[in-house]
Design a protein around this ligand. Sequence first.
Ligand code: PMP
Length: 444
Amino acid sequence: TVLNAYHELKAAGLVESFVGRGTIVLETEETDEGAGEVTDSASAPAPLYWKPMLTAKAAAESSSLIRDLLALPKRQDAVSFGVGVPLPEPELLEELQQMAGRLFTEDRGEVMLHSPVEGRASLRQALCDRMRDRGIRCPKEEVIVLSGAQQGLDLIARTLLSPGDCVLAEEPTYFSALQTFRAAGATVIGVPVDEDGRLRLDAMESLLRSYRPKFIYVIPSYQNPSGRLMDASVRESLLHLAYRYRTPIVEEDPYGELAYGEKSPLPIKAMDEHAHVLYIGTFSKLLGPGMRIGWIAAPKPILKVMGRMKQLNDLHTNSVAQKLLDAALREGAVDRHLARIRTLYRARRDEMCAALKRYAVPGMQWDVPMGGLFLWLRLPGGVNVQELAVRAADRGVDYIPGAPFFAEQPKGSYIRLNFARADIERIGEGIRRLCAAVEDAMEG
Ligand code: PMP
C-alpha cells in the first residue's frame, strides 16, 4: 500500500527521491497554484496549472512510441519501413469514392444518424459471413463493431483487468496491447518461444499454474512484431491449456487474411467450443487505419458488459464508416483489394528478403514472413541501438525499434521492418542504407 501510494505521488510529480536524502514532497510552482483556489478578482487571471489536477492514472501515462516516432524529422528521400500500416492503393480509393458518393445521395441522410451501440445489424452480419470463411461460426448477436481493434483491447482491459492482475502474452508482442493492459494496472508476463519460434507450451502451462492470469493474449497469424505464424497444433494445444486452467484467450487477428502462400491455419476462435475465446479483428491492415473499424466476437455474457463500456466510451462506431465498409464488403471491393495487395505485398516481401541477402551484416538473422506486414530482424551483437537510430535517420531509412515489444528484458536487439509500405524500387536502397547504418553503429 505504501509503495503504491508512493508511486501515485511520484506519477503526479508531487514527490521526488534523492540518493542519500530520501523522498521529499516537492514545492513546485504547480502545487503552489493548486486547483480550486480562489484568486483575487482584481488581479489578472493566470493560466491554470493542469498537472496537479490529473488523476494518478493519467499522470502515469507515457507518450506513445508511434506518436514519438512520427514526430521525428525525416529526410525528404527517406525509405520508410517504420509505421505498421500500408499506404492506400489508388484502385481502392477510387472504388470507395464512388460508394461514398452513393451513400450521401441515396439514403436521404440516414448515414448521418446514430447507429446502435453494437454496430449496424447489416455490418455485423457481413462480419459474421466473413468470419465464417475463416471457420468461425458465430451469430451477429455475438459481435460488436468497434472503433478499431485498439478499442477492443481497451474494452477488454476495462472489463477484465484490475490493478495487480496478470496477463500472459507471447514474447515479443504488440506494444500497444502491453501499454493498454499495463495502464489498467496489470502486469504482463512474456511467454518465451523456442529456437524455431514456436510458443513454449511448457512455459505457458507453468506460468498459468503459478500466476493464474486473467487471460492469455496472442496474435497467432503473422504476428506483430515478429511476423510469426503459430501452427495449427500449437493453437489447438493452447486452447486446451486455456480450458484446463479455465482462462480466457484474447486472440487478435489483424493480419490473418494477408497470406502470401498457403492460407493461414484456422483462428483459435474457430476451434473454441466452450466459449473461452474473445476474437478481435480490424480493417486497419487491409484497408487503412483511418477507417477506424474493427470488431470483437465474444461469448454473450462478456459481450453485453463490453457493450455497456463502449457506450460510455463513444456511443457507437462512426455510422458513415460502418455504411461505407458494409457496402465495400457486399460489393466485393474489399476482396478485390485483398487479392491485389496479396500480390503486391508478396513481391515487396521478396524484394526485401533478396536485398537483405545481398547487404546483410554478419550476425543479422531473420525468417521469411509467410504473411502480414512485418519482417523481424535480429541485429548482430554489439550494435548500439541508440546510435543506430541516429545513423539510420541520417542515412534516410526508418524502422521500429524492437525493445518496446518485450514484456521482459529482451535477449538480443531486434528491429521491425514493414516490407509492405515502401515502393518496390526503393526497398533495395532502403535495406542498403539500413545495413550501412548498422555497420556504423557497431561498437568497438
Ligand atoms: N492490434 C494489433 C496486433 C495491431 O498490429 C494493430 C495495428 N498496429 C492494432 C491492434 C491496432 O488496430 P486498429 O487500428 O484497428 O485499432
